[in-house]
Design a protein around this ligand. Sequence first.
Ligand code: SF4
Ligand code: SF4
Length: 94
Amino acid sequence: MSAPSPAVTCDQCAAACCRLEVRCLTETGVPPHFTRRDAWGAVVMKRLDDGWCAALDRDRLRCRIYEQRPLLCREFAMGGPECLIEREAAWSNN
Ligand code: SF4
Ligand code: SF4
């Protein structure tokens, strides 16, 4: 596995990873109005029509439920392989 890129920070990113489907695998205290059940009955973060997570502060591009965010969000490594892929995809869509 490659090491996280030290040059990458969330401060210079438009929350690219907050458009991914996020399953709430454990109880972390996510307010229920930010979640929904998917077709398989799993609890997932609700996303708005444009794909952004409903818990994202759209003005500041910061998580509004940072302390209660799902496990998958906690484990998403800044500068890691998935982060770099999402950032690249966000750039190519702009
Ligand atoms: S973890 Fe990566 S993709 Fe997500 S906001 Fe931070 S820099 Fe952007
Ligand atoms: S819960 Fe927070 S960190 Fe996770 S996708 Fe939504 S806004 Fe991003």
